[in-house]
Design a protein around this ligand. Sequence first.
Ligand SMILES: [Zn+2]
Length: 140
Amino acid sequence: MQLAFSSSREATDSLLLEQGDFAGRRYSLKIRICQSPVCQCEHVALYCVPETREPPQPQPPVPIFLEMDLAQRAIANLEKLKADPTAFTVAKAVESEISEAEWTKLRNLYFAVKQHATEQADPDQLDAHFPLKSWPATAA
Ligand SMILES: [Zn+2]
């Protein structure tokens, strides 16, 4: 399995499966990480949209949602995915193919987002009980 993260906004991130029945299947990824600077969930949400080359598709492809647990190095929502055989099969393939290096990539991404969120957070707003800044200057 290969994860490819793109640094440019135009190109999409992608996931490529390399083994078994799914070898060669590629998914474009939408990655969601919670933006709270104080949350330590260590979860990365991956929305995997199957890339299809054969046009036209009767229906748009349904994204497969994988909730990656960085602490456990497991797919947190695997049980729920059993309801959808296709999604479950893909999830099992990801689980068996994902390597240490790919987990590390996800982890680095997670910490980069958290770092960014921390830098963006206004410490006054995180801990303020009064809207001091909105007081008229003359009140001081
Ligand atoms: Zn979180």
